[in-house]
Write a protein that binds this ligand. Sequence first.
Ligand code: NAP
Ligand code: F7E
Length: 324
Amino acid sequence: MTQSARVLVTGVTGQDGSFLAEKLLADHNISVYGLVRRSSNPNYSRIQHILEYERFQLVEGDITDLSSLIQICSDIKPDLIYNLASQSFVPTSWTQPLFTAQATGIGAVNVFEAVRIACPTCKIYQASSSEMFGLQPENAIQNEDTSFYPRSPYACAKVFAHQMAINYRESHNLFISCGILFNHESERRGQQFVTRKIARAAARISKGLQSTLSLGRLDTYRDWGFAGDYVDAMILMMRLNTPEDFVIATGSKHSVQDFVDYSFRMVGLDWKEFVVQDPRFMRPAEVPSLCGDASRARERLGWTPTVSFESLVERMVESELNSI
Ligand code: NAP
Ligand code: F7E
């Protein structure tokens, strides 16, 4: 990257965007522009600590509004865009499939179009997802060559964005790399996602602030890693001279029940006394099991995850205990 690089981060108010902006700002030669959409009440809680940085600036726009993206790209002329903005909660994608398609699918194409029109040499990182793999044979491991079988409107929108990224790369010669990231979590994870929901409930129940935890299926498996590690992989991908797609994962999977069990053990409780199954949290179609093979990232980026499943749970539960 050239000196004094300008980097635009969409989704900067989210979990990954906040870690990414923080890590990019640690490099004194980078100015970060964070895309935020207008809301009646700003939600800057995850980026509060970096708002005062001179090299950090918020720009108002919306991923579903191409004109706003063209304007921003024309004004800033970014060297690099990380496109992290999306409607990222899978259950919401069944109740708001069209909005999800707009934000998660078309939104990415809006970014590609804005770059093609206003700053065609800009590199783009596209946030693809392991949800694209969807239904896979039991005990299978997914890599960059695994076929997609999306199981939700969210996953379908991500597949569309992913294939369009490849299409823009091959037909317009844009530099777009897709990170196919498996589930990654942290104390900044949204409260609806299962890991944060469990960690928060275990802490609150142990302090007498909550009596039960309602969950959907406990028998689904995910390959859970730490968000900070996964954002490092995004940065490494963008340092390459040619665009390429990478699976980012830990290579080991655990069930929702494993996450519950370990979280409750951390606070000295038996989860069976507090967890109730609630049909409201069951999905119309489920992804039973995902587990990634990040060999390519290990070989070409030198990337490896640093936080184990146990350390991740400990970190999240401790954070919840501290925040009470
Ligand atoms: P997140 O916490 O839900 O953040 C999503 C971000 O997108 C928020 O900043 C949100 O802004 C923004 N956004 C949503 N709609 C927008 C719109 N119309 N215009 C502009 N911004 C909009 O998600 P995350 O966990 O950080 O994930 C980052 C990206 O990686 C997402 O694309 C997600 O789908 C993808 N991904 C995540 C995982 C994971 O395990 N975390 C795995 C694979 C892929 P507001 O704050 O205003 O809502
Ligand atoms: O669910 C089960 C649920 O919502 C994980 C997003 O970041 O990662 C995330 O998608 C599992 C599923 O994440 C509850 O059925 C049981 O099997 O935490 P989640 P997700 O759907 O895997 C991918 C890679 C993304 O790209 C997405 O953006 O947990 N589960 N009971 C529950 N899930 C929730 N949310 N709530 C429950 O009560």
